[in-house]
Design a protein around this ligand. Structure first.
Ligand SMILES: Cc1cc2nc3c(=O)[nH]c(=O)nc-3n(C[C@H](O)[C@H](O)[C@H](O)COP(=O)(O)OP(=O)(O)OC[C@H]3O[C@@H](n4cnc5c(N)ncnc54)[C@H](O)[C@@H]3O)c2cc1C
Length: 395
């Protein structure tokens, strides 16, 4: 007998996380064959993206993808921790790559908070159901850690207060999945060049707009996951502005609570699975116990920290500089797990072209980026030192 649609079973406002988890796991067990990847590991990026969109579509149709999202954007309501639980469950089962999936959590809450309500009601369900993908256009060739110096320019078509459209010129870089994306949350310079964070405005841009070109970049693991994106006289309707004119910094900062909480919970679930897979194939000896034990301690410390962060977010706390600790811990744990794999499978990560070698090699190389994306480790240490430990000014 097929499990009835969960939307008919669970009251999103009343269900406990434990009840939700139990029902979800039963449904995932039952639909395992439908959900499982249709490619052999490690798979290409095209295959990973297609898999994610297919899984999102199945989960949306069954109701799962709608828990924890507001009803005004097609959700069923309830605590955001419900959707975090979903992300962790599918990451732990290797049904989607947590990095690709995390863009939902990074970008959808921002749209819900800052876009005109009718726009969010139209596009968020399309993102959740796998009908669309979005990307995040923040970094530029001269702007990464120092985001407030960005230069990609938006000028009004007429007077700024009454313009019906804005015209965008400039370049973004390292834009993850831009070549697959239908829309982009884009930060632009609308104030004078030296206006820093006070002269930035965010737009929600259709990626098929005339004047946008995308040039994918190859990463060290051979995947072309991110891209350069060029804007040449791109016309964006004024009602695609997110938040206020010159209020883009608030939009950028709104991403932090989600990027550093729910996204990490999904990655942690995925990393526990990777550690288990390593235990399954590594020699059963004292060295494995020691190396895996070290990585496990780091992962567990991260999990404890991240759990507390999520509960604070669910209780309505505003997350701030202290999430730099979570960011450092996740990068350290991720790299230590893949370092452990390299130590315990000598030569496999480097040279084996079979499924195990190719998969671990690709993921090992990707793990090097963990101390770069979402804010580099050095910058996080600066924040911890200056803002949390009061060791010098913000520079
Ligand atoms: C896999 C991946 C995916 C990404 N996806 C996206 C995306 O989708 N959208 C997007 O907008 N961006 C994305 N990025 C870009 C990412 O946000 C930037 O790479 C990151 O913010 C660092 O910026 P940068 O590369 O310009 O390096 P820089 O800021 O130039 O830093 C270079 C080096 O200098 C160090 N450094 C810089 N400033 C300081 C300082 N004040 N004190 C001490 N050390 C410092 C840094 O730690 C780093 O080691 C992605 C990056 C990666 C690796």
């Amino acid at each position: 007998m097929t499990t009835p649609s969960p939307a008919a079973l669970l009251d999103a406002d009343r269900v406990t996380i434990a009840e939700y988890r139990a029902a979800l796991q039963a449904w995932l067990d039952e639909h395992h064959a439908e959900l499982a990847p249709r490619y052999s590991p490690p798979g290409t990026l095209d295959e990973h993206v297609a898999q994610m969109q297919r899984v999102k579509s199945l989960l949306f149709d069954a109701g799962w993808m709608r828990y924890g999202w507001p009803e005004r954007v097609g959700g069923l309501g309830g605590s955001p921790m419900l959707r975090t639980e979903l992300g962790a469950s599918i990451a732990a089962r290797d049904l989607t790559d947590p990095g690709l999936y995390s863009l939902i959590e990074v970008l959808a809450p921002t749209l819900i908070e800052f876009s005109p309500p009718a726009l969010a009601a139209k596009v968020v369900p399309r993102l959740l159901s796998g009908a669309e993908m979005w990307c995040q256009g923040f970094s530029e060739p001269g702007t990464g850690s120092d985001l407030s110096s960005l230069a990609c320019q938006a000028r009004p078509d007429g007077d700024a207060a009454t313009a019906s459209a804005w015209i965008i010129n400039g370049q973004k870089v390292w834009t993850s999945l831009a070549q697959y994306a239908d829309r982009c949350v884009l930060l632009t310079r609308t104030g004078p060049p030296d206006s820093r964070h006070r002269g930035i405005t965010a737009f929600f841009v259709d990626m098929d707009s005339p004047g946008i070109s995308v040039a994918p970049l190859e990463m060290i693991n051979g995947m072309r996951e991110f891209a350069e994106v060029f804007f040449d006289e791109v016309v964006v309707p004024a009602d695609r502005m997110l938040g206020e004119l010159h209020g883009g910094w608030a939009v950028a900062m709104s991403i932090l609570p989600y990027e550093r909480s729910s996204c990490f919970w999904q990655r942690i679930a995925y990393l526990y699975r990777r550690l288990q897979l390593l235990v399954d194939i590594a020699p059963d000896d004292d060295r494995t116990a020691e190396v895996v034990g070290d990585a496990f301690v780091q992962l567990h410390a991260l999990r404890a920290r991240s759990r507390a962060t999520q509960h604070r977010l669910a209780d309505g706390a505003t997350l701030g500089a202290e999430t730099s600790i979570d960011k450092l811990l996740v990068a350290t744990a991720e790299q230590s797990i893949y370092d452990a794999a390299r130590r315990l499978l000598p030569g496999v990560v480097e040279m084996d072209d079979g499924v195990i070698g190719a998969t671990w090699r690709s993921e090992y190389l990707y793990s090097r980026a963990a101390t770069i994306y979402g804010g580099t480790a050095e910058v996080q240490r600066n924040i911890i030192a200056r803002r949390l430990l009061d060791l010098g000014d913000d520079g």
